[in-house]
Design a binder for this molecule. Structure first.
Ligand SMILES: [Zn+2]
Ligand SMILES: [Zn+2]
Length: 185
């Protein structure tokens, strides 16, 4: 995801170049195939990069744990600052914001780190295999998308789920007041 922007840096402000992308980026052991087209625009002090890309992530559903593929749109808008004056070859002062992206001394604009950050930001916090995924039964663990199980916990408040799991594993005995009343009779 690199391109030499020497020609564009020499071009007048407002000049535009297209940059098609069809590449694979590896982040945290996962491969992301990134596709789309970006526009590079020569501005007074930098090169503006903008456009829409799309990638796909292979992730697990947060309700039923089933792996699935989700399309992730990436709306890119980023500014890259040259480190060398294209005409004189002199070293340019560093951009004010230390987090800014730069173009290296060979006039190579490298989008890899920027796109990696966009992917991380765009990843869904709670991915769902489908909008109405029924999830897993909190008692028996059955995938409820494949039909109901025999458990009587339809109305279980999710906040009680952890407690119920403990109860079923017999680690915690929850007193049943009804039983005690029967004994008294
Ligand atoms: Zn699911
Ligand atoms: Zn169940």
């Amino acid at each position: 995801m690199q391109t030499n922007v020497a020609q564009l840096l020499k071009a007048p402000v407002g000049s535009v170049r297209n940059f098609p992308i069809d590449d694979v980026l590896t982040e945290n052991g996962t491969e992301y195939h990134v596709r789309g087209e970006l526009t590079l625009i020569r501005s007074t002090n930098s090169i503006l990069v903008q456009g829409r890309l799309e990638t796909q992530a292979h992730i697990a559903c947060s309700r039923c744990a089933k792996p699935f593929t989700q399309k992730i749109p990436l709306k890119i808008q980023e500014e890259f600052f040259p480190t060398i004056d294209i005409i004189t070859g002199a070293r340019l002062p560093k951009p004010e914001d230390p987090g800014s992206f730069t173009i290296d001394e060979h006039h190579i604009l490298d989008l890899t780190e920027a796109i990696r950050q966009y992917i991380i930001t765009a990843m869904p916090m709670k991915p769902l295999c489908k909008e109405d995924c029924a999830g897993l039964c909190t008692v028996c663990g059955k995938d409820l998308n494949q039909g109901k199980c025999g458990c009587t916990q339809e109305e279980t408040d999710p906040r009680w789920a952890e407690l119920l799991k403990l109860k079923n594993s017999n680690k915690v005995k929850i007193a049943n007041p009804n039983k005690q009343r029967k004994k008294v009779k």
